[in-house]
Design a protein around this ligand. Sequence first.
Ligand SMILES: Nc1ncnc2c1ncn2[C@@H]1O[C@H](COP(=O)(O)OP(=O)(O)OP(=O)(O)O)[C@@H](O)[C@H]1O
Length: 310
Amino acid sequence: MPPPIIEVRGLRKVYGGRAVVDGVSFAVEQGEIFGVLGPNGAGKTTTVECVEGLRVPDAGTVRVTGLDPVADHPRVTRVLGAQLQESELQPKLTVREALELYAAFYATPADWRPLAERLGLADKSATRFAKLSGGQKQRLFIALALIGNPRVVVLDELTTGLDPRARRDTWRLIEDVRDSGVTVLLVTHFMEEAQRLCDRIAVIDQGRVVALDTPAGLIGRTASSTVISFTPSVPLAPADLAALPRLASATEKDGRITLNGTDDTVDALLTLLARRHVTAHQLRVTDATLDDAFLDLTDTRPGHHHGAPA
Ligand SMILES: Nc1ncnc2c1ncn2[C@@H]1O[C@H](COP(=O)(O)OP(=O)(O)OP(=O)(O)O)[C@@H](O)[C@H]1O
């Protein structure tokens, strides 16, 4: 296996005596979309800005293709493309001018025309930045992040503020970028986005990595990866339900029962129903989502125990 394209080990960043990033480690492999997910203030942006060389770590090491983003900053900018913040672009620049300006920063930039074409900006080349829609601005930011032909691109909250269609279009673009061989480091708040796009996700909470896995792996870790609901033809004994294996919670409302558990819970429930000759009307079995996993992993309320039955 080739060495990781990004390697973060024991990263620590302290502001005002408080460690906002506190021992973060992860490695991003060549060709993957790697997600950084976490609640507000978790330390996501601080972490990726250390990867970009925009902030200097207080402890730990960061390597991008083996280079130190601070000490080797000029070389790192040649392999790593970063998404600009909106405020960094002159409102009067046209799409073409912005692409040509940023291309001039690189020794071997991509040709901006096919790039603009690929990103659906070909007919916008003469449009000023200020006149672009939110989705068009985001596409321009992706184009600018790719203009230097980087090996890895960092995208932070790329689809915030976009409508559902523009968000979906942007997801397709990010997949295209990955399919063209560019590794993607993606910071996001959107569970659906992370679940759909990311090969692996680091969940960061209070400056620490609390889980690192594939989306399916994260969902599988939750106490209740499966939700089962049904209306029994005759009432079931509460003790029978309570005895189901891997049951995380059971609730009843107007004769309808909702169970949180795993596949084992479903199997045992079906056996129980058959043995008691009970019919389960409107039986629904659904998978938990990354949303459920995220809340479970980042829930720090006192008294909350990961994986404990209710
Ligand atoms: N330059 C700074 N000086 C002081 N505190 C900072 C600085 N940058 C970030 N912080 C603090 O560090 C913490 C983590 O911030 P960071 O922006 O990395 O979080 P985040 O996970 O990206 O959050 P969000 O999802 O809200 O963007 C926050 O409490 C923030 O106030």
